[in-house]
Design a protein around this ligand. Structure first.
Ligand code: SAM
Length: 485
């Protein structure tokens, strides 16, 4: 580079005679210390000469030139250099190498070097000195940015282009979030990964999807009509319906949970449980995990209203468990943080099957799930922290499955309301025997299904969203499920 500047000679010219550099003008934004630079020039004059090509195009000094015009300076110092036409652009970028840059500017610079160098790529650098200079400039610029950052920025830009096309405004918008400290480069990269994967969902996930094997059957239809199931064929139902006004599961306006009035939600939900009475065995059990929410400053009493309506519909209410949460969501307002969710146990008759002798096999020295004499008469307690690694390590149920869906299924699993495996496990063990059939009417990602298979029970699930049934398949695929239909 330096051979253009062998005998620098300073001249003075009127700023109006100079032309802005077309390459760097769009690359670099106004620096944060603009006012400081302007005040300095106003007080002391323009001390550093601008670098100018023989045709008066500025190679380095666009900003100082603009300030000189704004301040009405009559003349500015310049050094003329005879830069070959095809080297002008790279020279103007390389003279900015040491300025402190934003990520938007860095991305712009990387783009410039990539595009510029790609013109000469493939040419032997020992035969073409100009390409050699370009390569050296690029390597030196990338070194000063840091190769890790260069790769990250390139990877992010590639993903934005995949998502939105080569839209420079969109690219700059994403990078400027990093400049504003709203997100780190790594977080942005990961977010774009998720968006790309989600885009893939459209082509990977069919409109309807069922997973049918000998031991596991997950139907893609509403649990309001359990027409696949014979009367009194199910031993235990364990389920967690969508909560009132909490989440959108992407299955349209009619999905449960989006009702405006709480009583509409309660009635719709209890209607869905009507057919389950038909399929449940006479000594069978139904467990429902349901939660409340605060609207207009007060709790909606969802669990209580649900309980009363289920009793009115002749379900026998025999027990209530509390899922004690160590990771409870913050509850806003002047009230305590609610760190529990109820689980109601309903039955059809007084002769329901209940057997907690499995607790005698279980080492529970801290009495986290049982009370009573250690080995002889332990009884299940009703307040349970299901995430506390009791019975299984189930604390990362959702995260692990999401990663598996990405690697095994190439789609983004968007379900985030899975329950820990120990929740269905305790109820399966206490109210059914191996070989029995377990049902989850709101299958989600088949946590209940996995527990059923693990404990040698058959499983049936109902789910409206095909994506979650695909996630269920990913979850269950490693198990022995008998013949696949
Ligand atoms: C709280 S999630 C269940 C999560 C599940 N326990 C798990 O661990 O993955 C409720 C699920 O019910 C599904 N759903 C909503 N309405 C339904 C209906 N009428 N029939 C069947 N599934 C329904 C939703 O799509 C959602 O996946």
């Amino acid at each position: 580079m330096n051979n253009f500047l062998q005998t620098p000679k300073i001249s003075v010219v009127a700023p109006q005679k100079l032309k802005r550099n077309s390459t760097t003008h769009f690359m670099y934004v106004v620096p944060v210390n603009y006012d400081e630079i302007r005040n300095n020039i106003q007080e002391f004059g323009l001390l550093t000469p601008l670098l100018v090509n023989l045709d008066y195009e500025i190679i380095s000094g666009n900003l100082r030139h603009q300030i000189a015009i704004d301040l009405g300076l009559k003349e500015v110092p310049v050094v003329f250099i005879d830069a070959p036409e095809d080297m002008k652009a790279i020279l103007s970028v390389s003279t900015n190498k040491f300025r402190v840059k934003s990520i938007v500017e860095i991305a712009s610079e990387i783009r410039f070097y990539e595009e510029y160098y790609s013109v000469g790529r493939g040419t032997r650098t020992d035969l073409n000195p100009q390409v050699k200079v370009m390569k050296e400039e690029k390597d030196s610029a990338f070194n000063s940015i840091g190769q890790y950052k260069v790769n990250k920025v390139k990877s992010i830009e590639k993903k934005v282009v995949q998502l939105h096309g080569k839209n420079i405004e969109k690219i700059n918008k994403e990078f400027s979030r990093v400049d504003r400290d709203e997100i780190t480069l790594n977080e942005l990269d990961k977010r774009l990964d998720r968006e790309l994967l989600k885009l893939n969902n459209k082509s990977v996930i069919p409109k309807n999807y069922e997973f049918i094997t000998e031991k596991v059957k997950i139907y893609n239809s509403s649990c309001g009509d359990l027409y696949h199931l014979e009367d009194e064929s199910i031993q235990t139902i364990i389920t967690s319906p969508p909560y009132f006004q909490m989440r959108n599961y992407g299955t349209g306006k009619k999905q449960l949970g989006l009702e405006k009035e709480v009583m509409d939600f309660i009635n719709n939900l209890c209607d869905l449980f009507e057919d389950s009475k038909r399929v449940l065995k006479n000594d069978g059990s139904l467990f429902v995990n349901i939660n409340d929410c605060v609207i207009n400053g007060e709790y909606q009493s969802v669990p209580e209203l649900f309980l009363i309506e289920m009793k009115r519909r002749r379900w026998k209410y025999v027990d209530q468990y509390l899922w004690l949460k160590t990771n409870a969501q913050f509850t806003p307002g002047n009230r305590s943080v609610r760190n529990f969710e109820p689980i109601f146990h309903f039955v059809k008759s007084d002769d329901y099957y209940f057997n907690d002798t499995w607790l005698t096999e279980f080492i529970d020295d801290n009495h986290s799930i049982s009370m009573g004499t250690k080995k002889k008469y332990p009884k299940l307690v009703s307040g349970l922290d299901f995430r506390d690694n009791i019975l299984t390590n189930a604390s990362s149920n959702t995260l692990e499955l999401r990663n598996k869906c990405k690697t095994d299924g190439n789609f983004l699993m968007e379900h985030s309301a899975t329950y820990p495996l120990s929740l269905p496990l305790i109820f399966v063990l206490s109210t059914s025997k191996p070989g029995d059939k377990i049902l989850d009417m709101f299958n989600g990602t088949a946590s209940t299904g996995e527990v059923s298979v693990l404990t040698n029970r058959d499983y049936v699930g109902y789910e409206l969203n095909p994506q979650f049934i695909m996630a269920s398949k990913v979850r269950l695929e490693g198990y022995e499920l008998g013949q696949v239909a």
